[in-house]
Ligand binder design. Structure first.
Ligand code: GLU
Length: 282
């Protein structure tokens, strides 16, 4: 079972097309099914018009997926249950720090280590708050993220955490997970009872995903995903992280001002078959 899982916070661009086409090609070659998942837990950045555009653009590109697509915003209770499970086992703790508090606590942000997503590693301000202090702050209505006690979580699952990585090819290699790169990452956000990390592992398991095909930009996130899967007793899919397309100046397309949306290409008269060929999918 394969899935393409875009976030409806902008129009799909060529990098998304590459990822969707990789999913389609592998699903066909391996006799698998292809699902579409709308990753819209971020209620501020997600917009209905972008979701509608995802359906239109993928159909134009020639991608077929099973309907209905799973919309993550309709399943917060699934993510919340997993967060409660981990909290109940003492593996998550409430963190009251805003981003600015973290920056202040580390003092010298230039030289403080960062997680693979660029965020400052959590300096531990709320890690050892007393149970009373936590209860008092929660009761007074302060919002809290839920952070993972990383060392305890890693100790609980043991040392040999890793995954089968196929890249874009037919052969797998074993990759050792490095969850410590993330420190005490937020697994529940302050504003919603979910995070990208928890939603993705819960959904991949609930939807029976066996092969996760996505860009290399999420390679490091797989370390934290594997940790969560082990803690929650969820199966480990195969991972197939594909290359990222760069623009003419070498900048990753998703970050690039030059990332042309599929709709703008379409309006310029590019046809889907041309684009598929250009991306190497004849
Ligand atoms: N929703 C994520 C994105 O658009 C992809 C998540 C994934 O494939 O695991 O970048």
């Amino acid at each position: 079972m394969f899935r393409f899982a875009p976030s409806p916070n902008g129009f799909l661009h060529i990098g998304h097309a590459y990822s969707a086409l990789c999913n389609q090609k592998l699903a066909r070659e391996l006799g698998g099914r292809l699902l579409l998942r709308i990753e819209d837990i971020d209620r501020e950045r997600s917009r209905g018009e972008f979701e509608t555009a995802i359906y239109e653009d993928l159909a134009w590109l020639g991608i077929e997926w099973e309907t209905p697509a799973r919309r993550q915003s309709e399943h917060f209770s699934d993510y919340e249950r997993a967060l409660e499970n981990l909290t109940g086992r003492g593996l998550l703790y409430p963190c009251f720090c805003a981003r600015s508090d973290v920056a202040k606590a580390v003092g010298d942000a230039e030289n403080w280590p960062r997680a693979p997503d660029g965020g400052l590693l959590y300096p531990g301000t709320c890690t050892h708050l007393s149970a009373e202090a936590r209860a008092r702050r929660l009761a007074s209505g302060q919002s809290a993220a839920l952070r993972i006690h990383l060392d305890e979580a890693v100790a609980q699952v043991g040392l040999r955490l890793g995954w089968r990585e196929y890249g874009e090819g037919p052969h797998a290699r074993d990759v050792a997970a490095e969850p410590s790169l993330w420190g005490d990452a937020a697994i529940g956000r302050r504003d919603i009872p979910a995070s990208y990390h928890i939603a993705v592992v819960i959904d991949d398991a609930l939807q029976g995903v066996t092969d996760v095909v996505r860009g290399m930009d999420l390679f490091s996130a797989t370390s934290i995903h594997r940790l969560l899967q082990e803690l929650l007793d969820l199966p480990a899919p195969n991972y197939r992280h594909h290359q990222l397309l760069l623009d003419e100046t070498g900048v990753k397309l998703s970050k690039s001002a030059r990332a042309r949306s599929l709709r703008s290409l379409r309006s310029e008269g590019v046809c889907a078959a041309q684009l598929r060929r250009r991306l190497g999918f004849a």
